[in-house]
Design a binder for this molecule. Structure first.
Ligand SMILES: Nc1ncnc2c1ncn2[C@@H]1O[C@H](COP(=O)(O)OP(=O)(O)OP(=O)(O)O)[C@@H](O)[C@H]1O
Ligand SMILES: [Mg+2]
Length: 204
């Protein structure tokens, strides 16, 4: 038995965290074990790497390697064991975020990211990716002054516009796995799309 691996993607402020716990509750109410986790992070080591990646100045290749090092620890220590026991894993960001942020955002060569993806994931991909699609200026307004911005959140609007395009490109090239959530509506309207996407898969 193997569980389902669901990732939540979208630019900062798009609404991922607002809906991940609600989907976990929806699944648990149907009797499923659910692991809610995030990237970078999800294990003690990967959470330490998260702090470094979000907080310390570094070049783009170092950033890319640290993100994948954290991902490897997270996969080995949390995600793969949970899937093996049949749990559903809901992960706030995964490798599509690396293609969007380090690839499109930082301008990193996609083919090199693909090499690391293959190394670290050994062919394991999410079963479903919910992409919270929100224009960069709207997301920026939602983020507002809610908290001190990290290294990514303090990037300018042009960076987020590139990251948004990066997600669009990922969605186009992985149509079977991606579901686009129109994140511009009110929270209950966004939630209806999330639950419809989950229910439509008939996995739970
Ligand atoms: N549909 C919505 N309409 C208006 N505001 C929203 C909506 N969804 C979320 N918000 C608000 O927008 C802000 C960002 O939402 P949230 O933290 O869920 O985004 P996120 O995608 O997890 O962002 P990050 O990548 O920075 O963690 C929060 O203050 C949240 O309350
Ligand atoms: Mg969040």
């Amino acid at each position: 038995m193997t569980g389902r691996f669901v990732t939540f993607e979208g630019i900062d402020g798009a609404g991922k965290s607002s809906h991940i716990e609600a989907l976990a509750q929806w699944l648990r109410a149907r009797g499923h074990e659910v692991l809610v986790t995030r990237e970078p992070g999800g294990t003690p080591l990967a959470e330490r790497l998260r702090e470094v990646v979000l907080g310390e100045p570094m070049d783009t290749l170092t950033e890319l390697l640290l993100v994948f090092a954290a991902r490897r620890d997270h996969l080995a220590g949390q995600i793969l064991p949970a899937l093996s026991r049949g749990a559903t894993v809901l992960c706030d960001r995964f490798t599509d975020a690396t293609f969007a942020y380090q690839g499109a955002g930082r301008g990193f060569d996609t083919s090199r990211i693909e090499v690391l993806e293959q190394w670290v994931q050994e062919g394991r991909q999410p079963d479903l990716t919910l992409w919270f699609d929100l224009p960069a200026p709207v997301a920026a307004a939602r983020r507002g002054a809610a908290r001190a911005p990290d290294r990514f959140e303090s990037e300018d609007e042009a960076f987020f516009a590139r990251v948004h395009e990066g997600y669009e490109a990922r969605a186009r090239s992985h149509p079977g796995r991606f579901v686009r959530i129109d994140a511009a509506g009110a929270p209950d309207v966004v939630w209806q799309q999330v639950v419809s996407a989950a229910a439509a898969r008939r996995w739970w």
